[in-house]
Ligand binder design. Structure first.
Ligand code: FMN
Length: 220
């Protein structure tokens, strides 16, 4: 059996790349705290994209035309294509985004405009259907909300649709804490409970992975 096809072995691969997309802006961000808990369970080298520091610009008439020209020229290395390349090369993606205006900060939408790039993160087949060009099998979405997260949780649902439709990333999961700013709320207790749910998720995943697999082992 090829060991790379075993989830357990793949997790041990040293060059595993985790892309952490950080859309948190507030000092003492609760979303960032929850995201760090998620990251503590992942193996691999973490590349953090601080969207505030990155200052990506929404695609404009000029940058869209330039991007098309770059793609037509075989997609040479260029900062305009960097986000799509980083996204496509990651083994796992963690996106931390506070719940703003029933979805996420505008920086996330701008980042998506850069990631969603034909020929780098997805392509169209002969049947005109999109298919993914991304390495990752999973995207983990982390959010905290001041009030209740209203169904259908637009921010996460949108990311999930992009992952499933364009990027070929079939597994997505949302870790959330809500009601943090409500008058009677105990934010510390809510966050601690959300962290416990994160721990439980990964403990369950580890338990499931411990079930026997046919991967080569040095143990007798
Ligand atoms: C610009 C802005 C918009 C927000 N919009 C909402 C909202 O639509 N619904 C809600 O429940 N909370 C909303 N909140 C509250 C945040 O979701 C909440 O405080 C969250 O925990 C902030 O995450 P952070 O601590 O990581 O910054 C908003 C906060 C800000 C600053």
């Amino acid at each position: 059996m090829n060991p790379v096809s075993c989830e357990t072995c793949e997790k041990r691969t040293p060059e595993r790349r985790v892309l952490f997309v950080n859309a948190c802006v507030r000092e003492g961000s609760r979303t960032l705290r929850l995201a760090r808990r998620v990251l503590s369970h992942l193996e691999g080298a973490v590349t953090e994209l601080d969207l505030e520091a990155l200052e990506l610009r929404p695609l404009s008439r000029e940058t869209l035309a330039r991007r098309e020209a770059l793609l037509a020229a075989g997609a040479p290395e260029d900062p305009l294509l960097a986000q799509a390349r980083l996204f496509a090369a990651a083994d796992e993606i963690v996106l931390a985004a506070p719940y703003w205006d029933l979805s996420f900060p505008a920086s996330v939408k701008t980042w998506i405009e850069h990631v969603n790039c034909i020929g780098l993160s997805f392509a169209y087949g002969p049947d005109d259907r999109p298919y993914g060009l991304c390495r990752a099998k999973r995207l983990l979405y982390v959010m905290t909300a001041g009030g209740p997260i209203l169904p259908p949780n637009d921010g996460y649902t949108y990311l999930k649709a992009l992952c499933n439709t364009f990027y070929g990333i079939v597994e997505t999961h949302c870790f959330a804490a809500e009601g943090l700013d409500l008058r009677a709320a105990d934010p510390e207790a809510i966050l601690a409970e959300a962290e416990r749910r994160v721990d439980a998720f990964f403990e369950e995943e580890t338990r499931q992975r411990r079930t026997p697999c046919a991967a080569p082992t040095t143990n007798p």
